[in-house]
Design a protein. Structure first.
Lengths: 420, 217
C-alpha cells in the first residue's frame, strides 16, 4: 500500500508533463489493461491447434489421388516381396503442392479392409512390400496425405510374390564366368596334352631360392607371415600355397622356418602344409609343430608381436604373403631395418605401394595368385594361368570397344557391364 | 581319404555357392548364410586351439628358460589379466558394459596400445618414402615427381605457391589429375588382374588341382 501511495504521489506530480489531460491518461490505462488481458487469451489460443486445424480443414481441398497403381512380384529375388509403383498425385510438386507423402495400404480382398503397411516421402513412386506370403494375392491402395487431409487411389490389380530360379540381372557375370572358365579349362586340357606353355619370368618368385639360400648361409631363420585374415580369404589360401614351396626349400637347406599366424584355422592349415612339405623333402624329422604358432587375432597386437620377433631373432629372409592391411608397412619397414631380404605378395591394392617401397621383391596382384602354379611347374596349373590371359584379353577388348562406343555417344554397351 | 574328403567338401561347397549367386530360389538363397554359420562354428572351436597353443608355447618357453623367456611370461600374464576380470569380476553384468574391470582394461590399456602401434605408421611411411622417392632411374624419377606433385597439391602451401596460376594448372588440380587418371588407370589394371587371378585360383581349388593349402602337393 505504501508503494502504491508513493506512485500515486509521484504520478500526480509528473502527469501534467506527459499527458495533456486526465482523459488521455485514463485512455492509456484502459489500452494497457486490454493488452494485458489479451495476452493470456492469445496464449490459450496457441495451445489449441485443433481450432486452427478445423479452420484449415474447412478451407483446404483434399489432394488429387495417386493413379496407375501397379503391383508386381519383385524380380530376381527369393520371394516374399512385391513392388508397387504409381503415378504421383497431381498435387505432389505441382498443383496445390500440398502432398506430404504417401501411405501404402494392403488387403487380400479387393473390397476388403486395407491395412497400413508403410509410407514413403513426397515425390516417391515406388514401394517394396517385403512382408508378403508367396502365392497369396494382394491388392494395394496408395493414400496421398497432406497435413490434415488425404485421398486414396483405386486398388491395384492383384499381385503375388514368387521365387525366381535365375537372377537375370546377373546374366553378364554368368557370361564372363563361363567364358573365363572355359578358357581356363581349355588351356589346362591343352597343357595336359603335352603342349609347352610359355609363362614369363616373375622376379619375386625366382628370388625365393636366393632368399632361403641366404638365410642358410648366414645360419639365420626364415620368417613366413601368411597375412592377418582367416581361411575365407583367397589371399590367405594363395599365401599358404606359396608357404608349401618355401617350406620345401627350408627343409632341403636345413634352415629354420618360423610361421607366426593371426588366426587359429590358418595355424592348423599352415601346419598341415609345412608338415607335408617336410615329408616330401625327405625331412619329416626336421618338422616341429612349434614352428607354426598362433599369436593373436588382433591386427596391431599381431604387428607388435611379429615386429618384436623380427627385432629379436633377426631373420635373414622374410616372406609376407597373404592378406594385409595397415600393418603391412609396420612389418615391412621393421624387416627392412634388420636388413632381411623381403619378398612380399598380396592382392590388397592399398598395401601394394607399401610393399613395393619397403621390400626387395613384391608379387603384385595376379602374380601372387599365379605363384603356386609358377613354382610347381605343373602343366595343369600353368594352363590355368594361360586361361587367365584369355580373360585379360577379353577385358581389354571390352574396354576398347566400350571407349569407342562411349565416344560415339552410345551407352548401351556400358549398361550391359553394370553388375548388380 | 584324408585328402579326398576335404577336396570333395571344397568342390561341393564351392560349386553350390557359385550357383547360389545366380539362383535366388530356395534352398540356394539360404546356403551362403548356412555355410557362413558353419564356418563360424568351426572357427570358434579353432580359437580354443589357438589359445591353447599360445599358452603352451609361451609357458614352455618360460619353464625351460629359453631365450627371451621373460616375454613369454608377459604374454601369459597379460592373457590372464584380461580373461580373469572378464569372466569373474563383472559383478553380474555383461563383461562389455562400461565400468566393468574388463571394460576399463580394454579402453584404458588395450585401445591406447593399439593406437600407439597405428601411430607408428606415420614414422614408417616417412622412412619408406625417403627410400622409395630417390631418383635412381627413369621410373623412380617419375614416381618421385608424381609424389612431389600429389603431396604438395594436398597441403595449403601448395595452394599458396601456385595460386597465381590459372585454376586448372594449380598444384591441387595437378594432384587431382594424377590421382584421377594415371593412378586410377593403374589401379584398375591391377584390380582386373587380381579378379582374374581369384577366378583362376578359385577354379583350381574347387576342381582340386590346387591342394597345397590342405597339405597336398
Amino acid at each position: 500500500m505504501g508503494v502504491f501511495l508513493f506512485l500515486r504521489k509521484d504520478m500526480s506530480k509528473t502527469r501534467h508533463l506527459f499527458f495533456e489531460s486526465k482523459s488521455t491518461f485514463f485512455f492509456l490505462i484502459f489500452v494497457l489493461s486490454l493488452f494485458f488481458l489479451f495476452i493470456p487469451f492469445s496464449a490459450r489460443a496457441e495451445e489449441t491447434p485443433e481450432i486452427e486445424g478445423e479452420t484449415l480443414q474447412e478451407t483446404e481441398a483434399p489432394p488429387a489421388p495417386p493413379t496407375d497403381i501397379v503391383a508386381k512380384d519383385t524380380p530376381n529375388d527369393a520371394g516374399n516381396s512385391i513392388t508397387i509403383t504409381w503415378m504421383k498425385s497431381e498435387d505432389d510438386g505441382a498443383g496445390r503442392n500440398n502432398v506430404m507423402g504417401y501411405e501404402i495400404l494392403r488387403s487380400t480382398v479387393v473390397d476388403g479392409e486395407y491395412e497400413f503397411i508403410g509410407n514413403t516421402t513426397v515425390g516417391a513412386q515406388q514401394f517394396m512390400d517385403t512382408d508378403t506370403k508367396d502365392k497369396v494375392e494382394y491388392f494395394y491402395k496408395i493414400k496421398a496425405i497432406t497435413q490434415v487431409l488425404s485421398s486414396i487411389s483405386l486398388p491395384s490389380r492383384p499381385a503375388m510374390s514368387t521365387q525366381q530360379w535365375f537372377n537375370t540381372d546377373r546374366i553378364n557375370t554368368l557370361i564372363a564366368v563361363l567364358t573365363i572358365s572355359f578358357a581356363i579349362f581349355y588351356f589346362i586340357r591343352r597343357a595336359r596334352g603335352g603342349r609347352k606353355l610359355y609363362v614369363r619370368k616373375i622376379a619375386g618368385l625366382e628370388a625365393l631360392n636366393d632368399a632361403v639360400g641366404r638365410a642358410t648361409e648366414m645360419g639365420k631363420k626364415v620368417f613366413y607371415v601368411p597375412g592377418i585374415m582367416d581361411m575365407n580369404s583367397m589371399m590367405t589360401i594363395a599365401g599358404i600355397t606359396i608357404l608349401g614351396k618355401v617350406a620345401q626349400l627350408t627343409a632341403e637347406y636345413e634352415t629354420k622356418l618360423e610361421v607366426p599366424t593371426s588366426r587359429s584355422m590358418v595355424m592348423v592349415s599352415c601346419r598341415e602344409t609345412v608338415k607335408e612339405a617336410y615329408t616330401n623333402a625327405g625331412r619329416p624329422d626336421a618338422y616341429n609343430d612349434d614352428m607354426i604358432y598362433y599369436l593373436t587375432d588382433d591386427q596391431f597386437g599381431f604387428a607388435a608381436a611379429v615386429d618384436g620377433l623380427f627385432v629379436r631373432e633377426k631373420p635373414a629372409a622374410i616372406f609376407l604373403q597373404g592378406h594385409f592391411f595397415a600393418e603391412s608397412l609396420i612389418l615391412a619397414e621393421t624387416g627392412n631395418s634388420i636388413n632381411a631380404i623381403q619378398i612380399a605378395g598380396t592382392a590388397a591394392v592399398a598395401q601394394l605401394p607399401f610393399f613395393v617401397a619397403a621390400c626387395d621383391y613384391t608379387l603384385i596382384g595376379e602374380e601372387f595368385f599365379a605363384a603356386s602354379a609358377y613354382l610347381s611347374e605343373d602343366p595343369k596349373l600353368l594352363g590355368s594361368i594361360k586361361g587367365q590371359d584369355v580373360g585379360k584379353f577379353l577385358f581389354l577388348l571390352a574396354i576398347l570397344v566400350g571407349v569407342i562406343f562411349a565416344t560415339a555417344g552410345i551407352f548401351d554397351l556400358s549398361k550391359f557391364f553394370v553388375t548388380r | 581319404m584324408r585328402r579326398e574328403v576335404p577336396l570333395i567338401i571344397t568342390g561341393v561347397v564351392g560349386i553350390t555357392l557359385i550357383m547360389s549367386f545366380f539362383i535366388p530360389h530356395t534352398p540356394f538363397n539360404r546356403l551362403e548364410m548356412l555355410f557362413t554359420h558353419w564356418y563360424q562354428i568351426v572357427a570358434a572351436f579353432a580359437i580354443v586351439l589357438g589359445i591353447l597353443n599360445l599358452l603352451r608355447v609361451n609357458l614352455d618357453k618360460a619353464y625351460k628358460r629359453q631365450k627371451d623367456w621373460f616375454f613369454g611370461l608377459v604374454v601369459v600374464a597379460s592373457f590372464l589379466l584380461i580373461v580373469i576380470p572378464g569372466f569373474l569380476f563383472s559383478g553380474g553384468r555383461s563383461f562389455q558394459e562400461p565400468g566393468t574391470p574388463f571394460f576399463q582394461i580394454y579402453f584404458y590399456v588395450y585401445v591406447p596400445l593399439m593406437s600407439t602401434m597405428f601411430a607408428l605408421l606415420a614414422f614408417f611411411v616417412a622412412s619408406a618414402s625417403y627410400r622409395a622417392f630417390r631418383a635412381r632411374n627413369k621410373e623412380a624419377t617419375m614416381l618421385l615427381l608424381a609424389a612431389f606433385f600429389v603431396m604438395l597439391g594436398r597441403v595449403p602451401i601448395g595452394y599458396y605457391l601456385s595460386s597465381w596460376l590459372p585454376e586448372n594448372y594449380q598444384l591441387a588440380a595437378v594432384a587431382d589429375w594424377i590421382m584421377d587418371f594415371p593412378q586410377t588407370a593403374g589401379q584398375r589394371a591391377i584390380m582386373i588382374g587380381i579378379a582374374l587371378g581369384i577366378v583362376s585360383n578359385s577354379l583350381r581349388v574347387i576342381l582340386g588341382l590346387e591342394r597345397a593349402y590342405i597339405g597336398g602337393e
